[in-house]
Write a protein that binds this ligand. Sequence first.
Ligand code: AMP
Ligand code: ZN
Length: 468
Amino acid sequence: MQFYNGLSRTKEEFVSLRPGTVGMYTCGPTVYNYAHIGNFRAYTFEDILRRALELDGWKVKQVMNLTDVDDKTIRGSRESGKPLKEYTAPYIQAFFEDLKTLNVQPAAVYPAATDHIPEMQALIQRLFENGLAYVSQDGSVYFSVGKFPSYGKLAHLDRENLRVGSRVANDEYDKESYGDFALWKAWEECDGDVVWDSPWGKGRPGWHIECSAMSMKYLGESFDIHTGGIDNLFPHHENEIAQAEGATGKQFVRYWLHCAHLRVNGEKMSKSLGNFFTLRDLLQKGYTGREIRYVLINAHYRQPLNFTFDALAAARTSLARVDECVDALTSLAGTEKADDTLPEWAQTAQDAFLSAIRDDLNIPEAFAALFELVRGSNTAIKDGALQPSGAAAVLALFDRLDHVLGVVRFGRAQQEEEIPAEITALVEARAKARAEKNWAESDRLRDEIAARGYCVRDSKEGQKVKKA
Ligand code: AMP
Ligand code: ZN
């Protein structure tokens, strides 16, 4: 497989450190709020990357961290008046629910920053031993950028011509003001009870040290792939390299892959701009996780993707085409065993799909190959040119390709379970009763729905109904 490596800024053949296995680290969510679908563009890209590697025969160990202590989570917990853990817990739970809604396969480990403070302190200690860390007047610990000559190799910083600021205490800053960055932040009044003891006094870790410490703990001091959204490249990933390589003297990561942003009207979707949708916003509007996944993955990951509701509507139409074709193949195949060989048009589609994903994860081309398979199947069925065993073989190919895409089979079961109109009417009446805080009526309607063989569950997105 070939990937565009952010270090060399070229496409490179992927060679793993250990034969057959891939260690992959993904910067996970900062759990101070619900993730928005821009964040999920990054997580679905990483899911596709991992699934594509698996289809190509690699065994992948993916680690995704949870940033549950940093400037933003501390601010959020303070503003809400809740202890940090209590404040972040519901967002962590929501994140896992959202991943499931989008059919993102779980990582092997989800280490939380607050569970890894000793590892972070040990790493900082190594940086002291190597002369790369110092304590500032307020008791915070900083990384000395000037003493680390390869600083800037990922972001391709022109060190000579940049005005180097002296020190940056914030987790996030831009290239123009880079300088020594915080490894450990001395306790301040506004940190409240978010505090740990350390050899340098009470405080808490900087954001960047979290990922260096947790990635090396679970994947070793050198590993294969590190990913994130493009905004993570600087300063976060640059600093991760400095901290890891400054401590170990070894190459930290071999391939850096970043996805471009999801945009709205040409601007990055972000919480600070207020131009964002959470996954829950879109589910509430009646779109499914399957349709949203389709939109998020159906662009090259290095190209910005503009989010529109038209794209969601188009996803619905495209998926219906795939569904119709898969249904027709299923009824033709019946219980027949699949042929060992594929019809020629299916073979061609398979080859096109595989070369698309091997070429730096070209998912739009992979989708084009999938639709060639749909077209070929429809024509062959119409012409009576496909036997049941051939249909079974083509279905097996749909499943194989869907290992990467995760949109063909996923989510269809829920969609197919039709809720009868009389039940829907009762559910609507119950929503009205609940809005009026008429709990007795709400309970009575729940019982009536149950008596008719359905169960209703209340969730943040409203009522969920299923056959009992
Ligand atoms: P955060 O929770 O802010 O640390 O971000 C989590 C992940 O989402 C990171 O990999 C970010 O780079 C990524 N991200 C944030 N905004 C967007 C966006 N609009 N499009 C794509 N990825 C994003
Ligand atoms: Zn990170």
